[in-house]
Write a protein that binds this ligand. Structure first.
Ligand code: AMP
Length: 129
């Protein structure tokens, strides 16, 4: 069965898109640790990030780097953190999280945001790409 992220890629589930190339997609995490929490994924569905082939892995890292640079300009923060977990969604992804404190990296306290806030945040990040 297709992963929820593959359904997003195919437009079957909506997302707040931040960036897209032929091979990668970035969109806001629906349950963010902090405003601007973004997921970067390869369009090719592979469960574990370290099972990506070398080209796809490095491509995802470069795509994530570009999104992180835009994210840091768009959302005031100490720095953008990068995390890989993958326990919930079996489709390789990188979390980019604007960090103010270590709490923002802990996936415990979550920020609630309206759909308008999600939309505006995605647009602002995109504008810095
Ligand atoms: P993990 O697989 O543990 O790295 O976590 C998966 C992440 O995907 C979580 O932070 C979820 O909030 C996020 N997530 C799950 N479904 C969606 C969705 N439909 N749109 C955006 N983010 C999602």
């Amino acid at each position: 069965m297709a992963s929820i992220f593959t359904k997003i890629i195919h437009g079957e589930i909506s997302c707040h898109k931040v960036a897209e190339t032929d091979d990668y997609l970035a969109f806001l995490d629906i349950n963010p640790n902090a405003k601007g929490h973004t997921l970067c994924i390869p369009k090719k569905e592979i469960d574990k990030i370290f099972d990506l082939d070398e080209v796809a892995f490095h491509g995802l890292m470069e795509f994530s780097r570009q999104v992180a640079i835009a994210l840091e300009k768009a959302v005031p923060c100490e720095r953008v953190g990068m995390t890989v977990i993958g326990l919930e969604v079996p489709h390789a992804h990188v979390h980019l999280i604007p960090l103010q404190t270590m709490e923002d990296a802990r996936f415990i306290s979550k920020k609630s945001m309206s759909s308008e806030e999600f939309e505006a945040t995605a647009k602002t990040i995109s504008s810095f790409l």
